[in-house]
Design a protein around this ligand. Sequence first.
Ligand code: TEU
Length: 528
Amino acid sequence: SRAEDWWRDAVIYQVYPRSFADGDGDGTGDLAGVRANLPYLAELGVDAVWFTPWYLSPLADGGYDVADYRTIHPAFGTIGEAEKLISEAAEFGIKVIVDIVPNHVSHQHAWFRAALSAGPGSPERALFHFRPGRGAHGELPPNDWPSQFSGGTWTRVPDGEWYLHLFAPEQPDLNWAHPEVRREHEDVLRFWFERGVAGVRIDSAALLAKAPELPDFTEGVDPHPYIDQDELHGIYRSWRAIADEYDAVFVGEVWLPDAERFARYLRPDELHTAFNFHFLSCPWDADRLRRTIDDTLAEHAPVNAPATWVLCNHDVTRTVTRYGRADTGFDFATKAFGIPSDLALGTRRARAAALLTLALPGSVYLYQGEELGLPEADIPRDRIQDPMHFRSGGTDPGRDGCRVPLPWVADAPHFGFGSRGEPWLPGPADWAFYAVDRQSAAPDSMLTLYRTALRLRRSGAGFGDGPMTWLPSRDGVLSFARGQGLRCVVNLSGRTVELPAYEELILTSGPLDEQGGLPNDTAVWLRT
Ligand code: TEU
């Protein structure tokens, strides 16, 4: 592959700026905190950093409610500081990816405020989906669309009209049939490409276009009125032309169960890559993992797009907690309080999963704290901030448990996060064990495992993009070969298994037994 195709086998680290590091001590993570820790990211060995939204926002949905794309949230920093960060990161060989949320804006965005005051029938309202209600007095929502969060998708304004929001009411959906919406987003892309970003993550990428009449949704409706509309491809083709001018890449949050429909976005004139959510939601089971890996590679091969491997992000239960549960798969619908998890078991599996994902062909996304093996945190109910919690009527804990401040220093207030007072979201009091300084010094820590694995991967050892071949193995064991005699073996069989003959033992996720056998829930990298 061409040298500039860095993204085909990149390891990309997701920063949730609010919780990464608090540089100015005000309780909220910020760009100063990221800049101060660029050496940490460089030592970890990542190729790029993806920042979840860092723009001006009332933070009704953690910044996925953008009030102005050309302003950094003042709690995080300034545009000047973002520019500095981008160039300082480049000095460490780290690229920057920003997050664009084209489906909706904040209700505080200038466009929506203007639409509210301009009233029904105005050109300002045409940028959104405003409609009269149904029922004798317009008291019923204009259609029956289900929300991506719990609760309805329509909110009524004082003059009687309703507006559409697939997510929270603070996130009005834009009307992508409007040329001004397209023009503005093309400008926003250029704004960030001009500032040196190497790529853009596209939020909710398959949701922006809506069937023009906003027809009712009924179970099994085909085509779906707002997922995966054909118009999207024209939008992304015009975006791609802009990205190509700057050699920038896209990663789409394209959550589609159908492999063929998914692959239609991954084209030389559309998106370079998209997140692989099948892998993220796959249970810890050898057959299921193998099938998911095969399906993923099969759907990417015809379009020559690299696969992406994701175990975790800011929306889902932390990996070690999920893998320590009886049900290790991830289902958006079954989040609840108090699901028991065996963290020792989950950690063992997460370590094995790290070696598995980093050995697969394609790019890998790491979510901040994954390299520390952080579990999902319990947030006291009165401190929960995620709208998903409130919109579920309080039954769903929401996503804050994976968004707490990172622990940096074991023996410092708030584990060295940097806040002088209380951080915006409380972290567990017993996380000294997970702190970066403790883990840096410990040869058997999760951080050391990630640092070692990423260094090996970067050294051109033979992992990254390129073919993989499954090797014969016992039931419950995943064994595959990569270039240069590399082999990855993952044992999920429930008992210790013998390793195949090898020349060099490169890395193990846990100690082998006395006879050199591979214990259950561990993985190795070998050279044969
Ligand atoms: O998520 C889109 C999406 O489909 C998720 O809402 C998912 O269904 C949900 O988070 C279940 O956990 C993106 C962002 O990643 C998410 O943080 C935002 O809340 C959402 O868009 C709205 O912008």
